[in-house]
Design a protein around this ligand. Structure first.
Ligand SMILES: Nc1ncnc2c1ncn2[C@@H]1O[C@H](COP(=O)(O)OP(=O)(O)OP(=O)(O)O)[C@@H](O)[C@H]1O
Ligand SMILES: [Mg+2]
Length: 291
């Protein structure tokens, strides 16, 4: 089956996802395409993508650099609208950003003019999520402690390490306890040990608070370890290459990495990602020749 027809097959499967009956808590990409105007003309970045994220589900997106993953997330967050198709939340097209969706950006999303504690409290001062001062303090302390930043509450982000700044961005997103968490490479800047600790902490937060999550990651292992389903995205323009169910039981522990099922999933997904990576490399090389 060609990649194109596979994408369309998936589109067919996901069609029922926009069914109003069980739309609550659901995020649906319904035949979504996106093109951007660039100096070299119009560029198609997303091509007829359909998939859904069900309530309480964790969906991980993997795919080559530059294929359009952040673009997909920006649509779900409400920052941009698709050129064609729709992104639906609870069965309705997304009109803009909302307090129900916490976003962790690929680049550190911290405010340099606020202290660490003020950054975490930021969302709790906004009208939609406003908490009184004592509750705010309690929440800020909880997430600073979870992220190992309590001793730095009054520091400014510029005095933190890169990994600490990333943990701060995570704390700020968790603190407003949004129903949806959209995370773009949230653990990419962390060392291996902190990264696994942050993965386990995320699983813990999800178990305690229950959220629907869409995460972009370059790590196939991370995608398998955390997600219910992994969506492999093709080279640009983004199409759905394959959606893989991860049937490993929850709660998950790091030792699941050694299980035969984990190994099987890793080989399958890795092979797909490498094919798309090679296709994207070819595309990039062709673009250089054109230039
Ligand atoms: N606002 C924009 N205007 C023009 N082109 C854009 C815009 N936003 C993204 N692009 C282009 O769309 C393509 C996909 O970008 P995107 O950020 O979605 O990729 P990505 O899959 O997240 O990559 P990475 O893994 O490197 O973060 C890139 O070629 C990028 O240059
Ligand atoms: Mg990106």
């Amino acid at each position: 089956m060609s990649m194109d027809s596979m994408g369309r097959d998936m589109a067919g499967n996901a069609g029922d996802a926009s069914n109003a009956a069980d739309a609550t808590g659901r995020l649906v990409f319904d035949n979504v395409s996106m093109s951007f105007d660039t100096p070299k003309g119009r560029m198609r970045v997303v091509d007829q993508v359909s998939f859904d994220v069900r309530q309480g589900e964790f969906v991980a997106l993997v795919g080559p650099s530059g294929c359009g993953k952040t673009t997909l997330m920006n649509m779900a967050a409400g920052f941009i609208k698709p050129s064609e198709g729709q992104v639906l939340l609870h069965g309705k097209p997304i009109a803009g950003p909302g307090p129900d969706r916490g976003v962790i950006f690929q680049e550190y999303g911290v405010f340099p003019w606020l202290t660490v504690a003020q950054n975490v409290a930021f969302g709790l001062r906004l009208k939609a999520n406003r908490r009184d001062a004592s509750e705010r303090e309690r929440i800020v302390e909880r997430y600073l402690r979870l992220m190992g930043l309590l001793d730095f509450a009054d520091a400014y982000p510029k005095t933190l390490s890169g990994g600490m700044r990333q943990r701060l961005a995570i704390a700020r997103a968790y603190a407003v306890q949004p129903a949806f968490l959209f995370m773009d490479e949230p653990f990419g800047a962390l060392d291996a040990q902190t990264r696994s600790a942050m993965q386990d902490l995320l699983l813990q937060v999800l178990q305690d608070e229950g959220k629907t999550v869409m995460m972009i990651t370059h790590s196939v292992e991370e995608a398998i370890y955390l997600a219910n389903r992994v969506v492999v995205i093709s080279a640009r323009p983004s199409r759905i290459r394959r959606i893989i169910d991860i049937d490993l039981p929850f709660p998950r522990e790091q030792r699941v990495h050694q299980s035969p099922e984990f190994g099987r999933l890793r080989s399958e997904i890795h092979a797909l990602v490498m094919e798309e990576y090679a296709a994207q490399q070819k595309l990039n090389a062709a673009a250089r020749v054109d230039a």
